[in-house]
Design a protein around this ligand. Structure first.
Ligand SMILES: Cc1ncc(COP(=O)(O)O)c(C=O)c1O
Length: 395
């Protein structure tokens, strides 16, 4: 029999979080109580009024296909939301509803990247960027995010990596896995590079509402000069605790959106109609939930960062956004992958190795603090004890 798989499909990679989760689930099946810090999703439930809107829509018969780019009312609600949040004008025709932020990343890269192109991506970074760039037979060009530079994608580090083949820069702020945010200077510098070198900017802003300590979200999407070369990716997953609903959006120039609409038409036709109706309620309804959620994450961030820094061999900068703590564990003397295995086995605590996000993450662990305060405290105690055992063993 001929080789049945196309070569391109072998270039795609799944996220490591799922593999760690599987191992943790196996332990749970054996009766162990596992604390989960590996999963990047809110533990808080979707607000009731959004759920009710979905049920109402189902009962009203929103059970059929919709236009591929989305229900006009939802595209309008998204355009309004972008105006409020990013201060830029997008028409509903420059917006497309997508089945998740992840799909939006895929659509964006598939629509602009040619074989052989180079795409600038930070390392560490959300794994789908590298995976999809490789899938397209293009080359990810990595910029290492440095702890001493607050894990920021600094324009001066990017410029030296730009070549005649560079097509786009992928930007993500607040950042997964580092929890870092970009400054106004950073985004202006990246926008200048795009203009100077004729590049596209893909900005993944799915954590834009999760920023702490009074900092403001800065995005290239707010810079009018680069609007026609910016693809804004966002999602309702994190902002409205709607990860399981799978709804996101892309905003870009109309021509690109029209191509992506054809792509979406070929893949899913449209996003489920009752979910689109509920998404209108999410965007147009009460927003106070978001503030309360962000305050709760901030409380947890303070507790986890404080606790992690009390563990011998761990050091953690205070993340300013998203819900991840990215902890330097180089002093422990194990590979990050080995430490993840050890903590799961010894402490029954699931974490994620930094190298799951690229070589720039080696020597770090990512902790998602989208879990209860109680679990955070219990998990930290267990880790402290397990790490002490490790040091005693090596003494
Ligand atoms: C940086 C980043 N972008 C995009 C996504 C995708 O989010 P979703 O597909 O749930 O909208 C995630 C999810 O964890 C993420 O961390």
């Amino acid at each position: 029999m001929k080789n049945i798989t196309a070569e391109r499909i072998l270039r795609l990679k799944a996220e490591s979080a799922f593999f760690v989760l599987q191992k943790a689930k196996t332990l749970e099946k054996q009766g162990f109580n596992v604390i989960h810090f590996e999963i990047g999703e809110p533990d808080l439930d979707t607000p009731e009024h959004i759920k009710e809107a979905a049920v109402k829509a189902l009962k009203e018969g929103y059970t059929h296909y919709t236009p591929s780019p989305g229900i006009p009312e939802l595209r309008e609600a998204i355009a309004d939301n972008i105006r409020e949040e990013f201060g830029v004008d997008y028409t509903p025709e420059e917006v497309m509803v997508t089945p998740s932020g992840k799909t939006a990343i895929f659509y964006a890269l598939v629509s602009i990247v040619e074989e052989g192109d180079e795409v600038i991506v930070s390392t560490p970074s959300f794994p789908a960027y590298e995976s999809v760039v490789r899938f397209l037979n293009a080359k990810p060009v990595f910029i290492e995010l440095k702890e001493e530079e607050d894990f920021r994608l600094k324009p001066e580090n990017v410029e030296s990596k730009i070549t005649s083949k560079t097509k786009a820069i992928v930007i993500n702020s607040p950042h997964n896995p580092c929890g870092s945010i970009l400054t106004k200077n950073d985004v202006e510098g990246l926008a200048d590079l795009a203009l100077k070198h004729d590049l596209m900017l893909i900005t993944d802003d799915v954590y834009h509402k999760l920023i702490y300590d009074g900092f403001k979200h800065e995005s290239v999407a707010s810079i009018p000069d680069v609007k026609d070369r910016t693809i804004l990716i966002n999602s309702l997953s994190k902002t409205y605790a709607m990860t399981g609903w799978r709804v996101g959006y892309i905003a870009a120039n109309k021509e690109l959106i029209n191509h992506m609409v054809v792509l979406q038409n070929n893949v899913v036709s449209c996003i489920p109609s009752f979910i689109q109706k509920a998404s209108i309620t999410a965007l147009k309804g009460p927003q106070d939930f978001i503030k309360r959620m962000a305050e709760e994450y901030k409380r947890r961030r303070d507790a986890i960062v404080d606790g992690l820094n009390k563990i011998e061999g761990f050091s953690c900068r205070k993340p300013l956004g998203a819900f991840y703590a990215f902890v330097n564990v180089k002093r422990i003397g194990l590979e990050d992958t080995e430490l993840v295995e050890y903590l799961l086995k010894e402490a029954k605590v699931a974490t994620l190795h930094g190298s799951a996000f690229g070589y720039g993450g080696e020597g770090y662990l990512r902790f998602s603090y989208a879990t209860s305060m109680e679990k955070i405290k219990e998990g930290l105690e267990r880790i402290k004890e397990a790490v002490e055992k490790l040091t005693e063993r090596d003494a």
